[in-house]
Design a protein around this ligand. Structure first.
Ligand code: NZQ
Ligand code: ZN
Length: 386
């Protein structure tokens, strides 16, 4: 196992009715910026519930944070927060709203152009503390210190600074009852791929991390049909919510080797073609696993046997092939396509995608940095053609 430090200070408040704790969790006398998305919270009653608990605070609202939150819009929130001199931020929504709140939190007191936090990886100077009410289990943003922000064809991440952890996150599974199937499926796929990015690399004798990762994968596979078939199955929603948070709160990733190439390529597909984040992962991952099969063979076989229950007596190459097919089948069972040909992306577009990726990340991708431009082209071609 590699050396590591693990620090995660997020106060998780989980379960039905936990919104009542909001007024205790927010520091007394706070002047709040309430950040939310495109209006779903006004249709499903979450807005009323949240604001009902904010009566003792001064609240300034900032709405309209879109999926793949946009820098230009977020900067309006930054201006609003500066003028009103807010001292706490409350994000109510999915990963996009939470990521947007993290950016606003870091940008308010940034003395240089805040875009440089993303484009030049400038250090954060100070943050405004923030808390979350999660409405969509998917990204893990509610319990990590990362954020992904878009500006034109750039979709860039920042984070890793301990000040960017939420002070608290309320995880009430009943808030997910109103989610459309598409967003639920996206959430399951995103969480599943988060685990694989940290697990499907190399065996370095870290059985605790491996088995935690396998537990999350198995739970997601088991709960997915229950979640998709019954909107008000509380236990299934609770298990999905906690699995998605665990998938990217750092714990399964300590001391092990990570990949993240699927995410890096996926961000380009969202930025250039507007494909939902999770859906980009579903089209990239199977092709990436085929191209990287020999490199990842040992872990693919472990995943195949332990998680997918493939016959261990089979030849290792067969186990790995079957593991990739079963992963595709799982995504397809959620109505999430696994081929880029399902979207409006053609072979002749691949060079542009690769050059955009290169403009954002100069280094090769993958756990051993062996995914160069040629391999990215190969991965995308396989996904378009097959
Ligand atoms: O805009 P609103 O009205 O809130 O509607 C949203 C949005 O249309 C809707 N929604 C959310 N909760 C709902 C609901 N609709 C009905 N009922 C509810 N309870 O769902 C739509 C999608 O929301 P969004 O927040 O965009 O989805 P998600 O949570 O999947 O977040 C995706 C973003 O997170 C980034 C992605 O790149 C993308 O920008 N990620 C962030 C990560 C992180 N911070 O660690 C890691 C991830 O890999 C990912 O990159
Ligand atoms: Zn993701």
């Amino acid at each position: 196992m590699k050396n590591f430090e693990y620090y995660n200070p997020v106060h998780i408040v989980f379960g039905k009715g936990q919104m009542a704790q909001l007024k205790k969790l927010i520091p007394a006398k706070s002047k709040l910026l309430l950040v939310y998305g495109g209006g779903s919270i006004k249709e499903n009653g979450i807005y009323e519930e949240v604001t009902g608990h904010l009566k003792n605070f001064q609240v300034i609202e900032f709405e309209g944070v879109s999926s793949n939150p946009q820098y230009d819009h977020l900067m309006k929130g930054v201006e609003l927060a500066r003028q009103a001199q807010i001292n706490f931020i409350l994000a109510v929504g999915g990963g996009s709203v939470i990521d947007g709140a993290k950016f606003i939190s870091a940008a308010i007191n940034h003395s240089d152009d805040p875009w440089n936090i993303l484009s030049k990886r400038q250090k954060i100077e100070s943050v405004i503390p923030f808390g979350c009410v999660l409405t969509l289990p998917a990204t893990g943003s509610e319990m990590n210190s990362f954020s992904v922000i878009s500006k034109g064809a750039d979709k860039l991440g920042f984070g890793g600074d301990p000040r960017l952890y939420p002070k608290f996150s309320i995880l009430d599974p009943t808030l997910t009852y109103s989610l459309p199937d598409r967003q639920l499926a996206n959430g399951i796929v995103d969480a599943y791929v988060h685990v694989l990015e940290q697990y499907l690399t190399k065996d370095i004798n870290a059985p605790i991390q491996d088995r935690y990762a396998e537990a999350i994968l198995k739970t997601l596979r088991e709960q997915a049909p229950l979640v998709m078939s019954s909107p008000d199955n509380y236990d299934a929603r609770a298990n999905l919510m906690w699995s998605a948070t665990q998938a990217l709160n750092g714990l399964i990733g300590v001391g092990v080797i990570h990949d993240w190439a699927t995410h890096m390529i996926g961000h380009e597909l969202t930025a250039l073609y507007g494909i939902d984040h999770a859906r980009t992962l579903a089209v990239v991952l199977p092709s990436l696993l085929r191209v990287q099969k020999e490199h990842k063979l040992e872990k693919l076989v472990q995943y195949g046997i332990r998680v997918l229950e493939i016959d261990p007596e089979l030849d290792v190459e067969d186990i790995a092939d079957k593991a990739i097919v079963k992963t595709e089948e799982f995504f397809n069972s959620l109505n999430v396509p696994t081929k880029l040909s399902e979207y409006q992306v053609k072979v002749e577009n691949i060079a542009d995608i690769v050059s955009s990726l290169k403009s954002h990340i100069a280094a090769n991708l993958g756990e051993d940095g062996n995914i160069d431009d040629k391999k990215v082209t190969q991965i995308l071609t396989l996904s378009v053609k097959s």
